[in-house]
Write a protein that binds this ligand. Structure first.
Ligand SMILES: Nc1ncnc2c1ncn2[C@@H]1O[C@H](COP(=O)(O)OP(=O)(O)OP(=O)(O)O)[C@@H](O)[C@H]1O
Length: 595
């Protein structure tokens, strides 16, 4: 879309003759003990503000609202007066936007969420929706988001498959959120609902923090990836790829809400210890599937918005990150004010001023509501303390201008103009005129009964399918038990084998050590053998030398005999033992070299 077209589109103002003003309510917070209130109720619709500052001349300023809830008003009164009519619309297929606005610490979160014993609008809305439609819910996963802001009807098989996948996934996360508290249910319900329709409820929960959209139900939100806003084929704004979960009970919805609450940005400021630092948006979408024409879907949405509180930095004494957050909060609230101011001026004076929806994510997201896609209601929360006086006056000015803005009355629309026959409900059947219209009325009655019969048949087939699915689940569970016992046996066998293996390994190590010892002994014996051999060789040589001496002595004796020389025994002994002969000396040195 080019820039000129974009501007033209933003400039278009509501021209539908059937317009509704933005409904603005006011809720007063109880003043703190010993604190003088700056507000005085003149009537259920008029509030007077007076400054308590003695230096300023006392001047009363009056503001009008659709209704003012005093500090004694209960959560239930606020819900019944403000939100209940929006729920009636929601279940008739119409959209609505409800937001709380006010100075920080003025009671916005208290009004919208409350606590578990004293629930606010959001928990009451969720309980009321399920109290009303519980008997007419479509089977789980039958209606599925098409990821482009629309929905589609699934085949029974696909629906069962998706349900099975969800069951598996939820059994993994169930433990994590088991401890979450729920909210008290007072049993409020909407009576007049279309009973020939199947209902599915979807919730998404996200926040706008520092002008970026973060999904509070995204499991991967640890990475804090901002989501982008897109326009669908019907020019409706939506958060792209936001997690939108089907819920079948109020408890399921609260589980998701509590999960998101834990991830929501809050901070400890001077004015509120748990101050919302972001605008948080809970979107409840109801999809209706009329019987007899299962391709036509009626989709409606209720957006509950807890705006972050407007705050003046000199009062809050914020610094660093808190200061940056405060300036972003104030910027987006300012752009909301500018959009409403310009819309009002365009409507009241016929001017053609640009409505700068694109100046912040907050206004861009709710652009469709201002252009006539549903009712808008606002609860202005007021802390009547003197410290909030100046800021409350700013809030009052905004509230006044918002009340002058009119938005086109929305009609419930089916998403596809199907060629299915129109369904007739019992309530739509005209009273029987016994004479002329009896036959026609009976025919209509028979049509209605046929439709009802078809519905019951359709539901019956779903129930059969569900029973089959449950049986399959039981079988799977049984197989699981067998599988587990087999696994246990295998584990025992494995443990035994492992024991055997470690025994064999120990034996092998022992044998290796013994083999090494034997090797050492063999080497020792070999050394001994070598040294014994040397000894033997030496002995042999000695024996040899002794024999040579004997031969020499006998030869000498023979020589002496021939020469007739008689030696005395002494000479004989000296010759024999005395100076060794040269041959003997030689043989000794030879012996030593041989060794
Ligand atoms: N009507 C009320 N009755 C009783 N207590 C209230 C009422 N309104 C607000 N409070 C208490 O005042 C305190 C501040 O309220 P809350 O947190 O709702 O303010 P807030 O406007 O949402 O603030 P912020 O913009 O900083 O998030 C809370 O403790 C809340 O319980």
């Amino acid at each position: 879309m080019n820039r000129v077209n974009k501007i033209r589109q933003e400039k278009t103002h509501v021209s539908n003759p059937e317009n509704d003003p933005v409904q603005v309510f006011c809720r007063l917070r109880p003043p703190k003990a010993n604190e003088e209130s700056t507000c005085r109720l003149l009537s259920p619709t008029t509030l007077a503000f007076t400054t308590t500052d003695s230096k300023i001349t006392r001047k009363e300023i009056h503001y009008k609202f659709r209704h003012i809830f005093t500090s004694f008003a209960t959560q239930n009164e606020v819900f019944k007066y403000v939100a209940y009519p929006l729920l009636e619309d929601l279940l008739k297929g119409k959209n609505a936007l409800l937001f709380t606005y006010g100075v920080t610490g003025s009671g916005k979160t208290h009004t919208l969420t409350g606590d578990h014993h004293n629930p606010g609008i959001m928990p009451k809305c969720i309980h009321t929706i399920f109290n009303s439609i519980s008997a007419f819910q479509a089977p789980k996963c039958m209606i599925k988001s098409d990821k482009m802001n629309g929905f589609e009807v699934q085949s029974q098989r696909d629906a069962k498959q998706d349900e099975m996948d969800l069951l598996k996934a939820s059994s993994r996360t169930a433990k994590k959120n088991r401890k979450d508290k729920t909210y008290v249910n007072d049993g409020t319900k909407i009576i007049d609902i279309n009973e020939s329709t199947l209902y599915s409820v979807f919730v998404s929960y996200f926040e706008i923090y520092n002008n970026k959209v973060y999904d509070l139900l995204d499991e991967n939100c640890g990475t804090r990836q901002g989501k982008i806003l897109r326009e669908d084929s019907n020019k409706k704004m939506y958060v792209n790829a936001v997690v939108e979960t089907e819920v079948k009970s109020a408890e399921e919805a609260f589980e998701l809400f509590n999960l998101g609450q834990k991830r929501k940005k809050t901070g400890n400021t001077v004015l509120n210890s748990v101050s919302s630092r972001s605008h948080s948006i809970l979107n409840i979408r109801v999809v209706q599937l009329p019987q007899g024409c299962p391709r036509d879907l009626l989709i409606s949405q209720l957006s509950l918005v807890d705006l972050a509180g407007s705050e003046r930095t000199n009062r809050t004494q914020n610094t660093g990150q808190l200061l940056k957050e405060a300036s972003q909060i104030n910027n987006s609230l300012m752009s909301l004010r500018t959009c409403l101011d310009n819309l009002r001026e365009n409507q009241t004076t016929g001017a053609n001023r640009l409505v700068p929806y694109r100046s912040s994510r907050l206004t861009l997201l709710f652009k469709n509501y201002f252009e006539g896609e549903g009712r808008i209601e606002m609860i202005v929360c007021v802390n009547p303390s003197a410290a909030d006086f100046e800021e409350n006056l700013q809030v009052m000015k905004f509230a006044e201008s918002a009340q002058d803005v009119k938005v086109a009355r929305s009609e419930s629309k089916f998403t596809s103009s199907g060629s299915c026959p129109k369904t007739v409900t019992l309530a739509q059947i005209p009273k029987i005129n016994l004479r002329d219209e009896a036959l026609a009325a009976l025919e209509q009655l028979s049509d209605a009964l046929k439709t009802r019969f078809e519905t019951i048949k359709h539901l019956g087939s779903f129930l059969d399918e569900e029973a089959r699915f449950r049986k399959r689940l039981v079988d799977v569970e049984q197989e699981n038990v067998w599988g587990k016992s087999e696994l246990e046996t295998t584990k025992v066998l494995f443990r035994k084998e492992r024991q055997k293996f470690s025994n064999v390994k120990a034996k092998l190590a022992d044998a290796e050590a013994r083999a090494e010892d034997s090797q050492l002994k063999i080497r020792e014996y070999q050394d001994k053998i070598a040294s014994l051999r040397n000894v033997v060789a030496r002995k042999n040589l000695k024996i040899k030398n002794t024999n040579v001496q004997d031969v020499l002595m006998r030869g000498r004796q023979r020589e002496l005999k021939e020469q007739n020389v008689v030696e005395t025994p002494k000479q004989q002994t000296r010759r024999y033992v005395g100076t060794p002969c040269p041959s003997r000396r030689r043989s000794r040195s030879a012996e030593s070299t041989e060794v």
